[in-house]
Design a protein around this ligand. Structure first.
Ligand SMILES: Nc1ncnc2c1ncn2[C@@H]1O[C@H](COP(=O)(O)OP(=O)(O)OP(=O)(O)O)[C@@H](O)[C@H]1O
Length: 706
């Protein structure tokens, strides 16, 4: 970590002064935690349930106030030219009062300084020692520039080594004489070895990233970004920001981060807790729609049809296929009297419900009441004075129930999908004019399932069941959903995610070039339409923080074939990175791969050996034989276990300091079509932070050869 000579700070030992502020902030945080720990809730909680809820909240608060030894309490300081306006000050959560450095200034607090950190810390008097990075008053730390200094006189970034404050960098944004220099602290942060789970980037969020992080809660934002441009990081920080800015609303409605698979979720799971946010749920799309056990798999062609948006209409028709216009009157006997609702009146009721935009299940529940109402009208006409209880009783009458069952039968979503996939006539009726005969054939199970328990449901089937469930009963919407690696979703999966944020908003993150499903989206406009957020704004991130320049240039040679509309990313990394492509004899490939891993292990940081899924068993055995222990993706790397054997299908979203890439031709061949194969290769090539070695015995794809 470089140490920088401070500029224009006239105190005798400015670094010491900052360290003093750090240690007083630590003490203040400890005192805050002790205050919470000492809370006696026996008086304030009248009952056991309240006590339990309050105790739970206190526990969360104590956890959030934990002083993590290696996460510095503050990472920046802003000195304003003037006291920030009341709009900013209010948002400082706890008041943007002066920090220790000029506390006691009294009256108008000109030139206040604020320490920016992961959480708010205040002293015994309630004056802030550290301001939360998400507060409005912190925003210029990320956004202020020489062009627009935002009234910031000094921006100071702090550097830490093992929890010790060891360096700082100053920018005097309003000083025209000061030259623009690249931040060494940012470079150090980017180039830090990657062992362990994903870390937060709160100290170094870049202006273009901050714009997305702080975008308003009401709108959906979609981010197209090349590998390593910080999409995942931005999405996670955005949730943290939204929870800060709209805590009450989002605590009520809930937030969710959706990632491509369990190992990816494990990799990112510590970022939000490190930012003090412990309540955000994480799931894969499969988790969201896990209504049935998954025991089957589809061919690419079948999964593509099942994921097609037309299936929504097929399902809608199937759900409603049981609706029948009544042909018989309903006869309700009450005491000595009989009431008859004629068929034409029943038909009107059914028609009216069918035309209304309400869920099938809601209409099913409303129908008995409507029929009962018709009976009540007759009773009133006959001079009776029936009340609500009579209406309820009529609605429960067996004749009414039988009529409802006949004209609006209940629908079990899983059974309905089972029937669609097993019964050619039912499918043909529901898909008429939507799916052609070949497509219908692809949908039908070769061996129709006997029943729900024996059905070999696939992941795409579960999405169909989810759609059918939503047609029957509205799915609850969350306040905000972050959808990572969104490019891979089928239209039906977008719909499944979209109904979970139908009254909330979403952050959609992805890269068209990394779409590795045959149904991967071709355009964000289309994806957003399926998600139900066509008005979302699309932003692009192009500065790469992960992949070394030479490596991204090499991988980008695939772009004309896999995503011709996308421009290659640039790399902000200064270190060139190690990069080698080696051709080896076929019988020497495994040994060469093991050797490349051994040599990568001589470097600091994590190592990923990425290979086509069918190669994993062979390479695992070769590593074992060579005495090189390895982890599975998602398992946390550590100083003693740094090598991970990664099937190419799970490499997405992950990163390793050094990557050894085995046999590109196999990675391509393992996919159902060449474009998907090249995209999988593109993902695999872009996981490296410091070095990449490609080993191949078969020819490379033309774009990468020579
Ligand atoms: N502003 C930043 N400061 C420091 N590091 C950053 C910054 N932005 C991103 N990074 C780092 O760059 C790496 C890539 O970020 P991230 O995984 O979020 O990118 P991505 O766009 O999601 O990549 P991919 O498309 O490959 O999944 C991570 O290690 C992340 O911490």
């Amino acid at each position: 970590m470089p140490s920088h000579a401070p500029t224009q700070d006239h105190t005798p030992d400015p670094l010491q002064r900052e360290r003093d502020h750090l240690s007083s902030s630590r003490s203040a945080l400890r005192a805050m935690r002790e205050d919470v720990e000492a809370l006696d809730i026996s008086d304030v909680t009248g009952n056991w349930v309240n006590a339990k809820i309050l105790a739970g909240e206190i526990e969360v608060r104590i956890k959030a106030l934990a002083d993590l030894a290696h996460t510095p309490l503050f990472f920046g300081r802003l000195d304003y030219g003037h006291a920030p306006g009341s709009d900013l000050a209010e948002g400082a959560s706890g008041g943007a009062a002066p920090s220790a450095s000029n506390k006691g200034g009294g009256g108008r607090r000109e030139g206040e300084s604020f320490y920016i950190g992961r959480r708010h810390v205040h002293d015994a008097e309630g004056d802030p020692m550290v301001i939360d990075w998400r507060a409005p008053v912190s925003q210029p730390f990320y956004r202020a520039s020489r062009v627009e200094p935002m009234d910031v006189r000094l921006r100071r970034r702090f550097g830490y080594t093992g929890g010790e404050l060891t360096a700082y960098e100053d920018e005097h944004l309003s000083d025209p004489a000061e030259a623009d220099t690249a931040s060494k602290l940012l470079q150090t942060e980017i180039e830090r070895p990657r062992v362990g789970p994903m870390r937060d980037i709160v100290a170094t969020i870049q202006p273009e990233q901050d714009e997305i992080v702080r975008a308003g809660v009401s709108g959906t934002v979609c981010v197209q970004g090349a590998p390593g441009t910080g999409k995942t990081a931005v999405g996670l920080h955005r949730v943290a920001y939204l929870l800060y800015a709209h805590r009450e609303r989002l605590a009520r409605t809930g937030t969710l981060v959706i990632g491509p698979n369990a190992s990816f979720l494990q990799y990112i799971e510590q970022v939000l807790p490190a930012l003090g946010e412990l309540q955000v749920k994480q799931a894969t799309v499969d988790d969201l729609v896990a209504h049935v056990p998954l025991r089957g798999a589809d061919s690419a062609a079948t999964a593509t049809v099942k994921g097609d948006a037309r299936m929504a209409e097929v399902l809608r028709r199937a759900v409603r296929s049981g609706i029948r216009m009544p042909t018989e009157p309903v006869m309700v006997v009450r005491g000595s009297r009989r009431w008859r609702v004629p068929a034409y009146e029943l038909e009107e009721i059914v028609k009216e419900l069918a035309e209304r935009d309400i869920r099938y299940g809601a209409a099913h529940d409303a129908l008995p009441q409507r029929i009962a109402h018709a009976v009540l009208v007759q009773m009133e006409r006959a001079g009776e004075a029936p009340d609500d209880r009579v209406q309820d009783a009529v609605a429960r009458n067996s004749a009414v129930k039988a009529a409802v069952k006949a004209c609006w039968p209940p629908v079990d979503p899983a059974k309905l999908v089972l029937r669609l996939l097993s019964d050619p006539d039912f499918l043909a009726a529901s898909a008429d004019g939507l799916l052609d005969a070949d497509e219908q054939k692809l949908l039908l199970w070769e061996k129709p399932a006997r029943g729900l328990a024996s059905a070999k449901w696939s992941s795409a089937d579960a999405v169909l069941i989810d759609e059918a469930r939503d047609l029957v009963q509205r799915t609850a919407s969350l306040g905000h959903v972050v959808l990572d690696e969104a490019q891979d979703l089928s239209p039906m999966q977008y719909r499944a995610v979209g109904r979970r944020c139908s009254t909330g908003s979403a952050t959609v993150l992805g890269d068209i070039a990394q779409g590795t499903t045959p149904w991967a989206t071709a355009s964000w406009a289309e994806a957003l339409r399926h998600l139900g957020k066509p008005e979302a704004r699309v932003e692009e991130l192009t500065r790469g923080f992960r992949v070394p320049r030479e490596v991204i240039a090499y991988a980008s040679r695939l772009l004309p074939e896999i995503a011709p509309d996308l421009a290659p990313a640039t790399s902000v990394r200064e270190a060139g990175g190690d990069f080698a492509v080696q051709a080896v004899a076929p019988d020497g490939l495994d040994a060469a791969v093991v050797e490349a891993c051994r040599s990568a292990l001589r470097h600091e940081g994590s190592i990923g050996l990425i290979a086509a899924d069918p190669r994993i068993a062979v390479l695992g055995a070769a590593l074992k034989e060579a005495g090189l222990p390895y982890l599975a993706p998602g398992a946390e790397t550590s100083a003693t276990a740094r090598l991970t054997l990664v099937p190419a299908s799970l490499a997405k979203g992950l990163e390793y300091d050094y990557v050894v890439l085995d046999e590109p031709a196999e990675i391509i061949a393992a996919e159902p079509d060449p474009r998907t194969g090249l995209r999988r290769l593109y993902v695999s090539l872009t996981r490296a932070v410091s070095g990449l070695t490609v080993l191949h015995a078969s020819p490379l794809p033309p774009a990468l050869a020579a």
